[in-house]
Design a protein around this ligand. Structure first.
Ligand code: ADP
Length: 504
């Protein structure tokens, strides 16, 4: 049964019970009221009949007309009480007694008139005795009838009190019985409903926790077809849907992963093929190019005969172009080797100060040519480290070469210093600088900030890409700080290596 229906039933039963209870209470109050009225009537009778009794006694002793009037009034009061109380109390006995009382009183009055007449006319002793005798008889009747009224009033009073006690006892019983009934009708269903809801909620909370923990197969058991049952049903359905959704998701993820892996393998294979092709082609290009450079050098030296000025100029251009092409091919070859994983590092101890000085010396003619100052702030002592000195030299050549290339006036400063188990080399220039948006991309292959037909600086856009990849292989980091028009600083941090040490 639905919880809503249970609650409605309980409420309706409670209302019916309360209605019956109210009706009973009202009738109890009415009954009590009636009995109280009866008791009041009885009290009035007792009071008035006592008064009549006293006046009868007085009249017997001293039959004055005042006592007679008072007695008449009292009897009138009794008549009035009977008339007013007939609806409340059954007064048959009282009425009969009152009727006898009235007729006895009338006889008493007549007797009294006769006594006065005898007293005035001077009657005989016999007449006098008869009047007295009659008077006593009538007084006895009067007392007897008053006593009857008194008795009837006492009975009415006692009955009223007894009835009030009975109503009180029954009322108490009804209140207790209704209290228990209400408790049973409201309390027991409320307890059962609360217990059902609490247990179901507990199950739902545990189910939600299990679901959260990843067990989507968990089912909550609840047999009753009430609102909680519907909630539990919806919860189980939701868990089912989540499970099937998760399963299809997992299926799709594994399909996509397989596709991605296949694509990755294809891409890697294609990249390897490209690198191998480039390496082969570069190698094939280098041989004839070296011949062109070598032979143009021989011709320029005049070993094959004298040359005129124009021939020397053109041969010089041929040799320079060949050299440029060779450096481009060398760069492509280097990058291909690195990407194909063919670079073998020649790990050995070497003096870094020596390498930096050598690079500085080899580039100082270029500096001089451009009118730049080259400042070397290098320690006097050797810094021995373990690594591939040839590749370290290649990186430094490129970085210091770039500093010279992109600086038109000012100074290129190279400094090196030990910092814990690393050596920090800084290449600082006063050149054109790099824009913020370019800084993120200068390590990409073939990326150049100076491009297009108006290019001022020669280059391939491969130098920094090669440096970065070589640095990664050797555990070296390269960071660039720069602002457009405000020079560039490149920071290189090299590990000293296991067997390295700084020599004093
Ligand atoms: P490139 O052969 O063009 O020098 P790099 O890979 O060495 O190629 O450098 C990539 C680009 O980074 C350069 O074209 C240049 O625009 C910028 N760059 C590198 N070093 C500097 C520097 N010291 N000052 C200004 N720009 C630089």
């Amino acid at each position: 049964m639905k919880i809503k229906l249970k609650l409605y039933l309980s409420a309706i039963t409670t209302m019916v019970l309360l209605g019956v209870f109210s009706v009973l209470l009202i009738s109890f109050f009415t009954l009590v009221e009636r009995e109280l009225q009866r008791a009041d009537v009885a009290r009035e009778f007792i009071k008035s009949s006592s008064g009549v009794s006293v006046l009868v006694g007085n009249y017997e002793r001293n039959p004055t007309s005042r006592t007679e009037r008072l007695l008449e009034k009292k009897l009138g009061d009794l008549d009035q009480i009977v008339a007013e109380s007939e609806n409340t109390v059954s007064l048959v006995r009282v009425r009969n007694a009152l009727r006898s009382l009235d007729s006895a009183f009338k006889r008493l009055q007549e007797n009294n008139k006769e006594r006065q007449k005898i007293a005035t006319e001077g009657g005989t002793q016999k007449e006098h005795n008869r009047i007295t005798f009659m008077e006593q008889r009538i007084a006895t009747v009067l007392r007897t009838e008053v006593q009857k009224i008194l008795d009837a009033a006492l009975v009415i009073d006692a009955e009223a009190k007894a009835n009030i006690d009975l109503i009180h006892t029954r009322g108490t019983l009804v209140v207790v019985a209704f209290s228990f009934a209400l408790l049973f009708i409201i309390g027991v269903p409320a307890l059962l409903i609360a217990k059902g809801i609490t247990e179901a909620l507990q199950k739902l909370v545990e189910g939600a926790k299990t679901l959260k923990g990843g067990d989507l197969g968990h089912k909550i058991q609840h047999e009753q077809a009430d609102e909680i049952g519907e909630l539990v049903g919806s919860f189980n359905e939701m868990a089912d849907r989540l499970r099937s959704h998760q399963e299809s998701l997992e299926e799709r993820i594994s399909e996509r992963t397989a596709e991605l892996e296949a694509s990755k393998e294809q891409a890697e294979a294609a990249n390897r093929a490209k690198s191998t092709f480039l390496a082969n082609m570069s190698h094939e290009l280098r041989t004839p190019l070296n011949s062109i450079i070598g032979f143009s050098g021989i011709l320029l030296q005049g070993l094959a005969g004298p040359l005129n000025e124009e021939q020397s100029r053109q041969l010089g251009m041929l040799k320079n172009s060949g050299a440029h092409l060779l450096s481009l091919i060398d760069d492509i070859l280097d990058l291909s080797r690195i990407e194909a994983g063919e670079v073998v590092l020649d790990w050995a101890p070497f003096d870094l100060v020596d390498v930096v000085n050598r690079v500085g010396a080899s580039l100082s003619p270029q500096c001089r040519e451009k009118g730049l100052a080259l400042e070397m702030q290098i320690p006097d002592q050797a810094i021995t480290m373990t690594g591939d000195s040839r590749h370290v030299e290649q990186i430094l050549l490129n970085l210091i070469g770039n500093a010279i290339k992109f600086t038109d006036q000012g100074t290129v400063t190279v400094s090196a210093k030990l910092n814990g188990d690393r050596v920090h080399i800084e290449v600082r220039d006063t050149g054109i600088g790099i824009k913020d948006e370019d800084l993120k991309r200068i390590f990409d292959s073939f990326y150049q900030t100076d491009h297009g037909l108006s290019r001022r600086y020669a280059g391939t856009g491969l130098g920094l890409a090669i440096c970065k990849r070589l640095a990664n292989l050797m555990g070296v980091t390269i960071e660039v700080e720069s602002a457009e028009g405000d020079g560039t600083t490149v920071l290189v941090s090299l590990p000293l290596g296991e067997e390295s040490r700084a020599t004093e």
